[in-house]
Design a protein around this ligand. Structure first.
Ligand SMILES: *Cc1c(COP(=O)(O)O)cnc(C)c1O
Length: 391
């Protein structure tokens, strides 16, 4: 069944691996490492890519294919690949396109491990990078060198919730004939579609909102067939394959992505508005708050504001730690994208190894708290924040 004319929710629910002779309604888990061949000619056709089909689960598996086929359609891509974690997706999506002597331009505010890949690992293989501030489009343009192969960004950024104009950056990437790769983890395909805005590759940590229930690690890379052939080559022969069980879970998760994100975003906007009214709070950052410096851009490239709210508590690091310690229900964790509301204090945890100056350069002020707003009742979420602020 062609899904091309179907709406987001319908694709997420209905795109499905072909039924077996058992006529099952829900797709079974294909817990198999390998697949059999009809005969020698069939095997040779499979190995030479003359026919499509499964050979070995490091290459493809019906559960992972179902998951990735849904994401391909939801992101408006041509092809994609599922991976064992968000980080294997980030790594493959960059490493597939660079060789020794090449260069990558990236936005300065990146997920911690992506930062380590660019600053510690890729230089081992002779790949250099330049960081640019999120709001410096001219800086991105100028940072591109003759050996630049890719511009890599995250928007909204973590944890400062700054945005990058994807459409404008895609024009810059096209002018220089380099790949624009967008980590779309914070927004999910329900809220933002970078490919429709001109990006060439979209990457995901499916561990976050795509699973949305804190159960599995997974990642995804999406783009043109040509680009994904490069990624598949590296992936097939280095092996960061997703478990079929996790592929099955994630395909089920996508069935509820739209309803979950609607509720996450509704709760998050209300939490952000409530935070603006508390005297202990100095500043609140949420894309769909009118006070966000890039509110117009948020409205242009995002369908909803997302589930992540950041705010600055008066009193710096100590006040931030005190608030964090005083939470009763909201989880203290560095993760995000769960049904459970999670609060993080980056200055004393995820970013504590950076200097104060480095922290400030990526928008991490001493009293910054990041909240991944969950699906509990709004009154209980705001109630816990209120009592912790007053503590
Ligand atoms: C979590 C995260 C990653 C890494 O994903 P894992 O699934 O933990 O490997 C990459 N980018 C962003 C923006 C993330 O939030």
């Amino acid at each position: 069944m062609s899904q091309e004319d179907k709406k987001f929710e319908t694709i997420a629910v209905r795109a499905q691996t072909e039924r077996s002779h058992n006529r099952e309604h829900s797709v079974p888990i294909y817990a198999t490492s390998s697949f059999t061949f009809e005969d020698a000619d069939h095997a040779s056709a499979l190995f030479s890519d003359e026919v499509e089909g499964n050979i070995y689960s490091r290459y493809s598996n019906p559960n992972n294919d179902e998951f990735i086929d849904k994401l391909v359609q939801l992101e408006g891509a041509e092809a994609g690949i599922a991976t064992s974690s968000g980080m294997s997706a980030m790594f493959l999506s960059i490493a597939s396109f660079v060789k020794s002597g090449d260069h990558v331009v990236a936005s300065r505010s990146l997920f911690g491990s992506t930062h380590q890949i660019l600053t510690q690992l890729l230089p081992r293989w002779g790949v250099s990078h330049t960081y640019v501030d999120f709001d410096d489009l001219e800086g991105f343009d100028k940072a591109v060198q003759p050996n630049t192969k890719m511009i890599f960004i995250e928007t909204p950024s973590n944890p400062a919730i700054d945005l990058i104009d994807i459409e404008a950056l895609a024009k810059i990437a096209n002018k220089h004939n380099v790949i624009l790769n967008v980590d779309n983890c914070f927004a999910t395909p329900y809220i933002q579609n970078p490919i429709a805005l001109g990006a060439h590759i979209v990457t995901h940590s499916a561990t976050k909102f795509i699973d949305g229930q804190g159960r599995v690690l997974a990642g995804a890379i999406l783009g043109t067939k040509e680009h994904m052939n490069e990624v598949k080559f590296l992936s097939r022969h280095t092996g960061p394959a997703l478990s079929p069980f996790h592929g099955w879970i994630l395909s089920k998760s996508l069935e509820t992505l739209a309803v979950r994100m609607d509720k996450h975003c509704d709760n998050a906007l209300k939490v952000a508005k409530a935070l603006e009214g508390f005297p202990q709070v100095q500043m609140v950052k949420y894309p769909f708050l009118k006070s966000h410096p890039q509110y117009d851009l948020a409205k242009k490239q995002m369908r909803l504001g997302g589930a992540i709210v950041s705010f600055e508590i008066k009193g710096g690091v100590e006040a931030g730690k005190k608030f964090w310690d005083s939470l009763n229900m909201i989880s203290r964790s560095s993760n995000l994208g769960d049904t459970r509301t999670i609060a993080t204090h980056p200055a004393s945890t995820t970013h504590s190894k950076l200097s104060e100056e480095e922290r400030l350069s990526v928008g991490i002020t001493p009293g910054l708290i990041r909240i991944s707003v969950g699906l509990e009742h709004l009154d209980d979420i705001i109630g816990d924040i209120k009592q912790a602020l007053e503590a």
